[in-house]
Design a binder for this molecule. Sequence first.
Ligand code: ATP
Ligand code: MG
Length: 313
Amino acid sequence: MPATSAPKQGTEAGGHNARQPRHPSSSTTTTAPRAATTNGAGRIAIELRHIDKSFGGVEVLRDVSFSLAAGEVLGLLGDNGAGKSTLIKIITGVHQPNAGQILFGGNEERGLNVDRARALGIETVFQERALADQLSLWNNIFMGRPLTHWLGFMNVRAMRKITSDLMGESMGFTSAVLTPDTRVTGLSGGERQGLAIVRALHFEADIIILDEPTMGLSLKEVDKLVQFVRSIKAAGKSAIFIDHNIFHVYSVADRVVVLDRGRVAAELSTSEYSLDQVTDIMREIATTGTFVDPNGKQSRRATTAAETTGKAS
Ligand SMILES: Nc1ncnc2c1ncn2[C@@H]1O[C@H](COP(=O)(O)OP(=O)(O)OP(=O)(O)O)[C@@H](O)[C@H]1O
Ligand SMILES: [Mg+2]
């Protein structure tokens, strides 16, 4: 059953005006079940109901119901080809489902496309594709959304200044050689991710999707990325975090959803299931398609976003 108890209300996509930079939080990594800490008071940011998707007659997603609460970090796990990226592309308007409903803030969105998804406050962070390499940091932050003077001219000075503030306060860029005018081509993988995430937060994205963001990053850069994901949550925003490394996902997610061959095989709250339990459940799902709940609560689905946040509030 999908979560249907979300109050009907408008989305809070917000304008794309520049706001004050956000500050990352500094919580510690844990692998034991921990208290649920979503801070969105149970509001459902996204809900998918009974989504089917096929490519050329091959079913890739089957009856997928899924929800993400405001202020929640959700880990999306599953084997290669399970349908994770396809699911994300449906949420971001890249692909249209063959059947099912998509709701943002309780309102159904029909014919969702990329522009509409962005206007609803969704940003996606991919390691390599999110940034324009040959442009400066400030150009990348304000790409498509420049600050202008009242006469309509670009306010380059203001954009440089905000970029400089974001670099110091939110991205934690300490390298002396980096300035707002530095080209992105010289950045490390972790710095690129940081820039893309800070850009999304700066423009008040409500939902930030990270699809395999740690691919090719050094250990130190992965740590930093996980801190960035925490900063998304600290800013009261939601995130969907896809990664093959369950340890990365578990250390920051409130809940994990396991996709298996195009269907939701498990939803597990990290306040109720330890890292070892989630790992065992994933292994079991990969071999049998289902699992026996070590907590005796479920056979297939567990907590929904609404239940998770309800527990926290
Ligand atoms: N545009 C497309 N046309 C045809 N088939 C597609 C298309 N996109 C995805 N698929 C197929 O759908 C299935 C799911 O792919 P998807 O990329 O969603 O998996 P994934 O869970 O993200 O996998 P990975 O972990 O390897 O990134 C795969 O079998 C893939 O080949
Ligand atoms: Mg993928």
